[in-house]
Design a protein around this ligand. Structure first.
Ligand SMILES: Cc1ncc(COP(=O)(O)O)c(C=O)c1O
Length: 387
């Protein structure tokens, strides 16, 4: 027998720094978790009911590969109304199993062996892995707190080589909560155009912004042609478990993505598609109510962390705060471990999200207001020892 039958690129993948932590949390009692990257809300009831109706109505079959026509139509209308971007639902949208699968089909469809994808970090933990699994090479470009975690155009351009195929951006950002400014995205656009790069824009948290606008990347001048827009329902509509999202792009690119999707997934879950249609048609008020509650919690946690001496830039999107913890003299792994063991509060070490995350931890505020209050009291005790 061989020692292992696994492919080298799989052996080389780092286990997610988030999962590792949550295996420990699962064995402990009385933990307040600021670690989970998903809404604490259950999916709004009218969306649940649409899923139930779908099941009870016998919608237990495959849909077309690209997803239900009505859902693609509704997605096209939603994107046009919200951002002024126009996609043909017949040829320019594929419904996916969350942004996770949309990332998989995008990278598999785009990358030849050894081609590089530039990824501003810290970022969602799957980005680098998806590039590697597709045979490509991720090139991380750290973003900095002093720039509000916006991409530095010079650092971006310096990372481009003849092998660079694409840049993968994710705003509003997990884990920093940064929302890219129009100015910063115009710089990305300028450089992408100059070097003929594809831009993959993960806009999963697009509706969760607080007091700033979310700029949809393909809506920028000249960018529609070179952008693959990824989006979904997991965060905006509290639908993580339904596993539903989409990719939208010019028809020639979508043709490639859809081919990967067709042979790996066939079609996204049918009941989830029916629930997603209801979310798009009638979900705006529920999203607004959740957004307002996140905003209340956001102010609580950001002010609380700053008052405790943990510098935290104001996050304008998603539901994460990203405090710097270096004043404690601990590295982010030790900080997270001690905070969990000594105070029973779970956070995620920033280094789990790539370069630039060292010295930070991610605190999710998709957790009840009262729990965040208690967590801050525990942080305060911890800081009396390490501050
Ligand atoms: C930025 C970002 N993209 C994609 C995903 C995956 O989402 P989905 O549930 O749509 O697969 C996540 C989940 O945490 C995320 O934070």
């Amino acid at each position: 027998m061989k020692q292992t039958y696994l492919a080298q690129r799989v052996i080389d993948l780092k286990p997610s720094g988030i999962r590792k932590f949550f295996d420990i949390v699962a064995t402990m009692k009385d933990v307040i978790s600021l670690g989970i990257g998903e809404p604490d809300f259950t999916t709004p009831d009218h969306i649940l009911q649409a899923g139930i109706r779908s099941l009870q109505g016998g919608q237990t079959h495959y849909t077309s590969n690209a997803g239900r026509r009505q859902l693609r139509q509704a997605l096209a209308e939603h994107l046009q109304k919200r951002y002024g971007v126009v996609y043909d639902p017949a040829t320019e949208i594929v419904v996916s199993v969350g942004v996770s699968e949309a990332l998989y089909m995008t990278m598999t469809a785009l990358l030849n062996p050894g081609e590089e994808v530039i990824i501003p970090t810290p970022c969602f933990v799957a980005y680098q892995a998806e590039v590697i699994l597709a045979g490509g090479t991720p090139v991380e470009v750290p973003t900095l707190a002093r720039d509000g975690f916006q991409l530095d155009p010079q650092a971006f351009e310096a990372a481009i080589t003849p092998r660079t195929k694409a840049v993968l951006i994710g705003y509003p950002n997990n884990p920093t909560g940064a929302v890219a400014s129009r100015q910063s995205l115009l710089e990305v656009a300028r450089i992408a155009e100059k070097h003929d790069l594809i831009v993959v824009s993960d806009e999963l948290y697009d509706q969760l912004v607080y007091g700033v606008e979310h700029v949809c990347f393909p809506a920028l001048p000249g960018m529609w042609q070179r952008t693959i827009l990824l989006g979904g329902f997991s965060k905006n509509y509290a639908m993580t478990g339904w596993r539903i999202g989409f990719a939208a792009a010019p028809a020639d690119l979508i043709k490639g993505l859809a081919r990967v999707h067709q042979y790996t997934i066939m079609s996204a879950p049918t009941i989830a598609q029916d629930a997603a249609l209801e979310a798009l048609l009638n979900g705006a008020q529920a999203v607004e109510e959740m957004r307002q509650e996140y905003n209340r919690r956001r102010l609580l946690i950001v002010n609380g962390l700053n008052q405790l001496g943990l510098p935290t830039i104001e996050p304008h999107g998603a539901f994460y705060a990203f405090p710097e913890i270096t004043v404690t003299g601990l590295d982010e792994e030790t900080f997270a471990q001690k905070l969990l063991e000594e105070e029973r509060v779970a956070v995620v070490p920033g280094s789990a999200f790539g370069l630039g995350g060292e010295g930070y931890v991610r605190c999710s505020y998709a957790t009840a207001y009262e729990k965040i209050e208690q967590a801050l009291e525990r942080f305060a005790r911890f800081m009396r020892r390490y501050g």
